[in-house]
Ligand binder design. Structure first.
Ligand code: MCA
Ligand code: AMP
Length: 480
């Protein structure tokens, strides 16, 4: 198949591909370093990547892709239970990490290779097909541990090329972002995107409005962020005219992973003159829709289907909704070359996710406006929470809470939060009502087992959980 990154072989001399803080690599240096990784991992199949926000992570993933393997990005803050599950499920043959990174116990049994960003090598993948797996990205469901979405090479190529069309994204663009590198947003769009275009990316290490302003003032043309980042920018703008000026210089500001509230759109536009563009995607589908760079920006909508993506709304019984009346709500289903192939080791879950004729059920509820714009209005499952742009399943947090000796019963809900979009709330029936485990202790317990972003931000104590006649917890009664 054609290369995922043509610019690695054909680049202007000296063109910078990646920059993380003070460290950067030109395309020639990246081709050599990733080629060296590729030589080491060839034939291994699945390769875990300790996905810190560092140059090594980008080199590791590109190296695995050059060798025709599949990278399994790991959240370096994953707790032992989550990490143990991901490693057991994906069974990587190797783990790639930056020299000096300390790996936790579950990884000690996996052969480790340190990524040397100054190494030179030339990996060439032979016999690799478009449908072969490129990435396995773990994503939460309503119950049980996260599932590994197997993302083929075809999906990465087509989604990035569709975004290039929608956003007029070229090799002249310089992207700045501070997203984590173990999810689709930060890794596929934020790192592989600029590399496929032959452009540059500057990663901030961690997000801060000042870092975004600094890079936009120093030539960056685009910024990608989750709504929480835009909310923090909107909060900072009134006291920071320099930030408004810097954002005003950007060619494109893109938000995704969750809905950007209209109020934040409006505050940013008022202060900077810029309109933030929203796009809608999923780990399983990569990108489905976007407001186009040359289209009418409309706060509260996610734009139109990307080239190559078929999108429809369906009623509860599966009947397609033909009308674009801005009112008829249906579940979004999508079909196209941007889709994942399966959930690793989960044929049951894969089968349930698709209709008989190959449409993927997103679980997102939306309306179509008369001109085709998609407006997302909610989610089918109340047990999926989007907090800070991370998808978190209520079930996995409930299970972790129940493993605490002081917890008799637990239910988890999401509540609106101006900063995070939704905040994780744990409803807990303690074993001993006279001395319940503290909120901080329960947050630490979940953070240690799963990941810090999955920790409850609020804990509420009850004598009993509200249940219906069947014994099922009535979450709606909790939320009200
Ligand atoms: C706090 N911390 C703790 C604890 N409490 N650590 C352990 N135990 C505790 N009890 C630490 C955290 O680890 C973190 O450390 C720091 O305190 C702050 O944590 P937190 O408040 O959770 O983070 P934040 O600073 O508020 O982060 C906001 C954020 C983040 C930067 C917006 O939520 C984020 O990066 N979101 C991006 C999510 C994303 O990429 N989603 C894409 C998936 P430290 O300060 O050291 O870090 S969706 C997707 O890919 C689809 C395809 C799509 O459409 O895009
Ligand atoms: P994930 O499982 O982390 O890949 O998250 C995918 C989910 O994020 C989608 O199913 C949507 O619910 C949500 N999402 C992504 N982008 C947007 C957006 N622009 N507006 C609203 N929701 C979004």
């Amino acid at each position: 198949m054609s290369s995922l990154f043509p610019a690695l072989a054909d680049h202007p001399p000296g063109q910078v591909a990646l920059r993380f803080g003070e460290r950067s690599l030109t395309y020639a240096e990246l081709a050599a370093a990733a080629g060296a990784v590729g030589e080491r991992v060839r034939g291994v199949g699945r390769v875990a990547v300790w996905a810190t926000p560092a140059l090594e992570t980008a080199v590791a993933v590109v190296g695995v892709l050059l060798a025709g393997g599949a990278a399994v990005p790991l959240n370096p803050r994953s707790g032992e239970k989550e990490l143990g599950h991901i490693l057991g499920d994906s069974a990587p043959g190797l783990v790639l990490a930056a020299p000096g990174d300390e790996l936790p116990p579950p990884l000690l049994g996996v052969e480790r290779i340190d990524v040397d960003v100054r190494a030179t090598g030339t990996a060439v993948a032979e016999g690799v097909g478009e449908g072969d797996p490129a990435l396995i990205v773990y994503t939460s469901g309503t119950t049980g541990p996260p599932k590994g979405a197997v993302i083929p090479r075809r999906a990465i190529a087509t989604t990035l090329d569709a975004l290039a069309d929608a956003w007029r994204w070229t090799g002249d663009d310089v992207l700045v972002h501070g997203l984590p590198l173990f999810h689709v947003h930060g890794l596929v769009l934020g790192i592989l995107g600029p590399l496929r275009r032959g452009g540059s990316v500057r990663h901030l290490g961690r997000f801060a409005p000042e870092g975004v302003a600094r890079e936009l003032n120093a030539g960056a043309t685009m910024f990608f962020g989750v709504p929480t980042m835009y909310h923090r920018i909107a909060q900072t703008l009134p006291d920071d005219p320099g930030l408004a000026e810097a954002l005003g210089r950007a060619r494109l500001l893109v938000s995704g992973s969750a809905a950007l509230p209209v109020h934040d759109h409006e505050r940013i536009t008022a202060a900077t003159g810029q309109r933030v563009i929203e796009r809608y995607g999923m780990t399983e589908t990569l990108m489905n829709t976007s407001v186009r760079a040359d289209g009418e920006p409309r706060a509260g909508t996610v734009g139109v289907p990307l080239p190559g993506v078929e999108l429809r709304l369906v009623e509860e019984d599966g009947t397609p909704i033909a009308s674009h009346d801005g009112e008829s709500v249906g579940e979004i289903q999508v079909r196209g070359p941007n889709l994942f192939t399966e959930y690793l080791n989960r044929p049951d879950a894969t089968a349930a996710a698709f209709t008989a004729d190959g449409w993927f059920r997103t679980g997102d509820m939306a309306v179509r406006e008369p001109d085709g714009y998609v407006r997302i209005v909610g989610r089918k499952a109340t047990d999926l929470i989007k907090s800070g742009g991370y998808k978190i399943g209520a079930g996995e947090i409930e299970n972790a809470l129940l493993e605490h000796p002081g917890v008799r019963e637990a239910a988890v809900t999401g509540e609106p939060d101006a900063d995070l979009g939704e905040r994780i709330v744990a409803w807990v029936v303690p074993v001993d009502p006279a001395s319940p485990p503290g909120a901080g202790e329960l947050a630490d317990h979940v953070a240690r087992r799963l990941a810090p972003h999955k920790r409850p931000r609020t804990v509420r104590y009850l004598d009993a959980l509200p249940r219906n006649d069947m014994g099922k917890i009535m979450k709606r009664a909790l939320a009200s």
